[in-house]
Design a protein around this ligand. Structure first.
Ligand SMILES: *Cc1c(COP(=O)(O)O)cnc(C)c1O
Length: 375
């Protein structure tokens, strides 16, 4: 059996490498880029993406959960792997076995790591997560002195660094970025004078907008996949940086039919044809990440032209209006995201139709479809 699906996400490894090189050049020769490959590399396939970045020179990787880090190691990824979100206590030994860098923010995890290090006769270097204004994961700066005192009192565990995260770095000159960096810089100064170690806070937004915040490593996700974190709000800056989207999404028409004026289309008959209408039925729906929010709203490319979705998107089908386009047939290629002829549809177009961001579109499409890698 040929196990291919009608729908295919195409990922360009060379686009990933192009974007990595671009981000690395922005970071400069002395600042490594941590390639954020969590969420299956934002839908691009974690192992393949990490391999592409490694080939382009990347030696630092970031994931959310421990299991992702283990998969990377087992696939042969070398270099530093940061586990930024944490791990279940029952898995703590894997940190040591796979030589991973844990990010910590609770006393329980700290003690568990120290106890395990002692039991194994090893030492573990940890990075501390600080909340400098994101109001998400991490210790508040005021909690840090007591936390550091605790780590100092424990054998087997060493402070290797500290990290934080920006809530609005995609907006150039944002006050929260300036303020967050000020808070982070202060705690970093203390940390470095007492323990040495490295500090990192910059995400893609900061890489593009805020060079002063690069510190010792920058952590980039969305820019590596070819999108500006501010989306359309980035305006001219978006074009200036020359990022290349690495993912496209294609399908095939399965049926073409012409229906008389007045015909209702799809569940709920939310679209009714005013004139005779020619529809192409596509084997793609919300289970493939093609959101139901695209009902009567989204567009796709057929024969190099943008055509609209008519009626509701179903679980694994939807209909598009190809009235007046010559020779449209079952088997013709449809581009749901990407380029066809002179037209293109970006993750930002899809994001706009579902009032979301490119990040979510890439995860939805990439993680719900078969992927194919091209050069
Ligand atoms: C995902 C992630 C990033 C990358 O953010 P982008 O906006 O995609 O560059 C950086 N740091 C942490 C901790 C993350 O989880």
């Amino acid at each position: 059996m040929n196990k291919k699906s009608f729908n295919c996400v195409r990922v360009s490894s060379s686009a990933l490498q192009h974007n990595y090189t671009l981000v690395k050049n922005l970071a400069g020769p002395d600042v490594p880029v941590m390639a954020m490959v969590k969420a299956d590399a934002y839908g691009h396939g974690m192992v393949r993406a990490a391999q592409a970045f490694a080939q382009a020179g990347c030696v630092v990787f970031g994931v959310a959960e421990l299991r992702e880090a283990v998969i990377l190691r087992e696939a042969g990824i070398k270099g530093a792997i940061y586990v930024t979100l944490g791990f279940l206590s029952e898995d703590v030994e894997l940190i040591f076995r796979y030589n991973l860098i844990p990010v910590i923010y609770t006393y329980e995890t700290t003690r568990l790591l120290a106890d395990t290090a002692m039991a194994l006769g090893q030492e573990v270097g940890v990075h501390i997560k600080i909340d400098s204004g994101m109001s998400r994961l991490g210790l508040l700066p005021g909690e840090l002195p007591a936390f550091l005192a605790c780590i100092e009192s424990l054998p087997g565990i060493r402070v290797a660094g500290m990290m934080s995260h920006f809530p609005e770095a995609d907006i150039s000159g944002s006050a929260s970025t300036v303020r967050g960096f000020q808070i982070f810089s202060e705690v970093c100064r203390d940390l470095k004078s007492r323990f040495g170690g490295i500090c990192h806070i910059a995400n893609s937004g900061a890489v593009l907008n805020f060079p002063a915040s690069f510190c010792d490593i920058v952590r980039s996700g969305i820019a590596l996949y070819g999108y500006h974190p501010a989306g359309r709000n980035a305006g001219d800056q978006q074009n200036a940086v020359n990022l290349v989207p690495a993912m496209s999404f294609v399908t095939t028409i399965v049926q073409v039919k012409t229906l008389p004026a007045g015909t209702g289309i799809s569940y709920g008959h939310t679209y009714r044809a005013e004139q005779p209408i020619t529809l192409a039925v596509l084997p793609v729906g919300y289970e493939d990440g093609f959101s139901r929010l695209f009902s009567n709203r989204g567009q796709v490319l057929i024969h190099g032209r943008r055509v609209p979705v008519r009626g509701r998107v179903c679980m694994n089908m939807c209909m598009v209006d190809v009235t007046g386009i010559e020779d449209v047939r079952a088997g013709d290629e449809v581009v749901l995201m990407g380029r066809q002829g002179n037209e293109s549809i970006s993750a930002e177009d899809l994001a706009e139709w579902m009032t979301s961001i490119s990040y979510e579109v890439l995860c939805l499409l990439g993680n719900n479809n078969q992927r194919e890698y091209i050069e």
